[in-house]
Design a protein around this ligand. Structure first.
Ligand SMILES: Nc1nc2c(ncn2[C@@H]2O[C@H](COP(=O)(O)OP(=O)(O)OP(=O)(O)O)[C@@H](O)[C@H]2O)c(=O)[nH]1
Ligand SMILES: [Mg+2]
Length: 419
């Protein structure tokens, strides 16, 4: 279906806000394409004031309706959130389907989710969004009628809708936490050796999945594509660090400006794990002219998730796609530029070295004598620690290694049970 994209701003808004609106509208264009909608025109309207009934006012509604007819468009998509009443009024007056950015993003998530957890989370976001739309006071006509003569039919229906949605939301939340628990115990079983956890985060399309594919040496391990929200479901891979130890890297859903709150809340079960990781890799797309606002949007999302305590390494990806100076124009890049290309592999060894260094800040140096015959335990130490020296004798192996204090405590316990 063809669609016209609309963004609105007040004439009094500052120039910088206006520049932001135009890139936001371009992003909306890509979002529409991702949802298999064919955008045909972008319209920015500047208003003296907001209009309660139709958001943009009768004059602009008429103009856009004519434009849609001329372009053969069947839908209008607004960059700003519309109230349920505004959406209804606009649909009535134009005869077109009217949606907003939030609804579009939720639809894309619904198209993209593959795992059971992702599908349930998207459904949860849909219901929460719907609930926020029936919960508003003074919204529909029916509701107003209900308010005059006691509990009218409209009000009863809204009460009913609200209750049904709440029940569904509670059911979904229960199911999601059950899946999360299951996932965590499975992972716990699989990785009885505690490895450091690294979360890869960043704006959608920054190259997170491509980077993890590069790190694992398998270009097709995770689906990566030039689409927004190509990957929604988290995947965790084992990655070898330069000195031989292993770490678990997790690629997850990307962020976007104005990410709907209902989605962040619904994906909480997945996103919370970022806050529990040992290190965050924040991947930036240097090839995007919006790298800086994207950086801010991701930082705001991390703050909202409460991941403030975790150390962050800023990674500037797609270095192959920018010519020399372009990257340096952006201030944070000058601080400590870790330029990489997930496509060509440029800068990846340096990135891994930086990860190891950051992770090893928590490591201590320990010496343990592993009794002879405990081959499995020695193997475990080699795979979860950084072994610096090993002396073998008849009594066993004297190992000097670096490890996290938790891992050392675990190893000591195992050694004690062998002697
Ligand atoms: N030129 C260039 N393109 C890259 C690089 N890394 C990724 N890309 C391309 O950028 C697009 C997005 O890459 P993804 O890895 O899917 O991005 P993502 O961050 O996982 O995106 P979402 O899953 O949508 O949030 C793909 O077309 C990649 O081929 C790079 O270093 N250089
Ligand atoms: Mg991805």
């Amino acid at each position: 279906m063809k669609a016209i994209l609309v963004s609105a701003e007040l004439k009094s808004s500052r120039a910088r806000a206006r520049a932001g609106a135009s890139t936001s509208l371009e992003e909306l264009w890509r979002l529409a394409e991702t949802a298999d909608i064919e955008p045909v025109k972008m319209v920015s309207v500047r208003l003296a004031r907001w209009h309660a009934a139709t958001f943009i006012g009768p004059g602009k509604v008429r103009e856009i309706k004519e434009l849609a007819a001329a372009e053969g468009a069947g839908a209008l998509i607004f960059d700003e959130d519309l109230s349920p009443a505004q959406q209804r009024n606009l649909e009535k007056e134009t005869g077109l389907i009217v949606a907003d950015r939030t609804r579009l993003i939720i639809e894309i998530f619904a198209l993209r989710a593959r795992t059971r957890e992702g599908i349930l989370q998207t459904r949860l976001a849909k219901f929460s969004y719907a609930l926020s739309r029936v919960a508003g006071k003074g919204g529909g006509l029916d509701q107003q009628r209900g308010m005059i003569g006691g509990r009218g039919a409209g009000e009863k229906k809204i009460e009913y809708d609200r209750r049904t949605l709440r029940v569904k939301i509670a059911e979904l939340q229960k199911e999601i936490s059950a899946i999360k628990r299951e996932r965590l115990t499975q992972r716990g079983r699989r990785d009885s050796v505690p490895m450091p956890q690294v979360s890869i985060v960043g704006y959608t399309n920054a190259g997170k999945s491509t980077l993890l594919n590069n790190l694992t040496g398998n270009r097709h391990a995770i689906y990566a594509d030039n689409k927004l929200f190509a990957t929604l479901d988290p995947s965790t891979k084992r990655v070898r660090l330069p000195s031989g130890g292993w770490a678990l890297f997790t690629d997850t859903v990307g962020f976007i400006q104005k990410l709907p709150h209902a989605l962040v809340a619904a994906f909480r079960a997945t996103l919370d794990e970022i806050g529990y990781s040992d290190l965050i890799l924040h991947v930036h797309n240097l090839a995007s002219p919006d790298a800086k606002p994207q950086h801010e949007a991701v930082k705001a999302a991390l703050r909202e998730l409460g991941a403030r305590e975790v150390p962050v390494i800023n990674v500037f990806n797609k270095a192959d796609a920018v010519k020399g100076g372009a990257a340096a124009a952006w201030a944070p890049v000058r601080l400590r530029p870790l330029l990489v290309s997930a496509l060509t592999g440029q800068g990846v060894p340096e990135l891994l070295a930086a990860c190891e260094k950051a992770l090893s800040l928590r490591w201590g140096e320990y010496t343990v004598t592993v009794p002879a015959g405990a081959k499995g335990l020695i193997k475990e130490i080699y795979s979860s620690c950084l072994v610096m020296n090993a002396d073998y004798s008849r009594e066993g192996a004297l190992l000097r290694f670096k490890a996290t204090p938790e891992n050392y405590a675990r190893i000591l316990k195992k050694v004690a049970s062998r002697v």
